[in-house]
Design a protein around this ligand. Structure first.
Ligand code: HEM
Length: 331
């Protein structure tokens, strides 16, 4: 397909080249306000600026770095429970519980609510159940805000901010669902590349670089992010007419050979990718996701250097690219 095109009969434009994707994500004529409701990722400045600032402060690099020991502890506990004599499903035993535990503790969501929160997230991310699930999710959060004791957590810190319910729904969902796929998709890519896996076993200091490359290689939001043209917008020499819907394809950009030579192979030390977006909506959880990825991959390799695929994994059907099940043999 052409780098910037509107497929026949379909009103959604698709932007796929790396440079065009970066330009689109920084273009003021491409609005994020694609659905109403006041959730930060679906607002434009100046509203977006006001909503984002306090959350960015709460997700400071310093606070995220301070979580490392706790993330390591959760990781170790989950892996202690692996049956090394048998096959295990990475998704249900590790990739899900790790990020959901981390985000819930950070926000101050009680442990007893984790399954409920996970179920609501799954429904919210499914087209057919989305609208109804949002209503129930919002009710859950309102109830939590009304009953929760103050504590050393993000909810307490943000309690007087506007649009708090929307922000919390966003943080809970974005805060775990994508990181699950980083761990699943990334581990799969690594197990399919024994040379890379061996390099990391020989030199664990390469793990942060490897996380970066795994993020590029198989990004959770591969399909991309949506925008609406509020005016005629020119991207890559093509005019996208006002009112068009646009998909900015992060996965395609990450495999653009003009930016990433030999894009279908894992290679350390590449230029930055767009897995976390670009510009004013750049992911607020990028630091946290990277830390979780480093600890997850580092610990998996150290504790299970012989880890292998036990069966072809199953991809799920969702706009977030990830695995439904992923069986490995720890040995
Ligand atoms: C925004 C990806 C993890 C919270 C974004 C965007 C992307 C993204 C592509 C930009 C959306 C746009 O431009 O429309 C990812 C990936 C993750 C991840 C791939 C994991 C590997 C997290 C985590 C959190 C989080 C752990 C929460 C702590 C957010 C928030 C926004 C956002 C709040 C909205 C920012 C804004 O609109 O200004 N994420 N994310 N994300 N992400 Fe993440």
């Amino acid at each position: 397909p052409a780098p910037v095109e509107a497929p026949d009969g379909n009103q959604v434009w698709m932007i796929s080249r790396f440079d065009d994707v970066v330009q689109a994500l920084n273009h003021p004529g491409l609005s994020s306000a694609i659905i109403p409701g006041g959730m930060m990722n679906h607002t434009d400045p100046p509203e977006h600026t006001h909503l984002r600032k306090p959350v960015a402060r709460a997700f400071s690099t310093r606070r995220m770095e301070a979580l490392r020991p706790r993330i390591q502890q959760i990781t170790d506990e989950l892996l202690d429970a692996w049956d090394t004599e048998d096959e295990v499903d990475v998704i249900s035993t590790f990739a899900y519980p790790l990020p959901i535990t981390v985000i819930c503790e950070l926000l101050g969501v009680p442990e007893r609510d984790r399954d409920e929160v996970r179920g609501l997230t799954a429904e919210l991310l499914t087209m057919e159940t989305m609208v109804e699930a949002y209503g129930r999710f919002a009710l859950y959060v309102q109830n939590l805000l009304a009953t929760k004791e103050p504590g050393d957590d993000v909810i307490t810190e943000l309690r007087d901010e506007p649009n708090l319910v929307q922000t919390l729904v966003l943080l809970i969902t974005a805060g775990h669902e994508t990181t699950v796929q980083l761990i699943g998709n990334g581990l799969l890519a690594l197990l399919r590349d024994p040379v890379m896996k061996q390099r990391l076993l020989d030199d664990p200091l390469l793990i942060p670089d490897a996380v970066e490359e795994l993020l590029r290689y198989d990004p959770p939001l591969a399909e991309g992010v949506s925008r609406t043209a509020t005016t005629d917008v020119v991207i890559g020499g093509v005019t996208i007419p006002r009112s068009s819907q646009v998909t900015v394809s992060l996965g395609a950009a990450n495999r653009d050979p003009s930016r990433f030579p030999d894009p279908d192979v894992l290679q350390l030390g590449r230029d930055p990718h767009v897995t976390f977006g670009h510009g004013i909506h750049y992911c607020l959880g990028a630091r946290l996701a990277r830390i979780e990825g480093e600890i997850a991959f580092g610990t998996l390799l150290r504790r299970f250097p012989e880890l292998v695929l036990a069966a072809e994994p199953e991809w799920r059907v969702s706009f977030i690219r990830g695995l439904a099940s992923f069986r490995v043999r720890p040995k």
